[in-house]
Design a protein around this ligand. Structure first.
Ligand code: ADP
Ligand code: MG
Length: 148
């Protein structure tokens, strides 16, 4: 099984499909999402939830820091670090409890807390394509091992 790939999405729907397929491949992952504002990180989170059969309103947790989406006994956590800059705060909101419970967790603006890179994770970088910045995105993913 490959541990990295770069895919091209031509539409929001394709981004949802790519994210859903990664969720099926890595259902327990800590996913660190990188990409500028409007790249499609929240949309990716919506697709990831869909891939785990979690049907609910996935929106940006910018003001709540963390959202939990549930379906039956499956949970998905969605964190936005736009307003957080330190690892302690991420620990305080329960990241390790989530990961130890085997629950998947998506983190937007993960680059703000560099310590997160040391944890085993699925790195996802979404960039607008120069050719068609309105609709086309490059979605590069890579499975990263623990550096601790
Ligand atoms: N191929 C694509 N993939 C993802 N989003 C796209 C794509 N084409 C257009 N968009 C639009 O880009 C925006 C992405 O918004 P959002 O997911 O909230 O970004 P972010 O969370 O990175 O700030 C949405 O309005 C979406 O419809
Ligand atoms: Mg967002």
């Amino acid at each position: 099984m490959p541990n990295r790939a770069t895919l091209t999405s031509q539409s929001p729907e394709q981004t949802l499909e790519i994210a859903a397929s990664l969720a099926r491949q890595f259902p327990h992952a800590l996913v660190l999402l990188h990409g500028e504002l409007g790249a499609g990180k929240t949309l990716f989170a919506r697709g990831f939830a869909k891939g785990l059969n979690i049907e609910c309103n996935v929106s940006s947790p910018s003001y709540t820091l963390m959202n939990e989406y549930k379906s039956g006994n499956q949970s998905l956590y969605h964190i936005d670090l736009y307003r957080i800059n330190c690892f302690e705060e991420v620990i305080d909101i329960g990241l390790f409890d989530i990961l130890n419970a085997g629950c998947p967790c998506l983190i937007e603006w993960a680059e703000r807390v560099t310590e997160l890179n040391k944890l085993p994770h699925l790195e996802v970088c979404i960039t607008r394509s120069a050719d068609d910045p309105d609709w086309q995105r490059q979605i590069a993913w890579e499975l990263k091992e623990s550096q601790i």
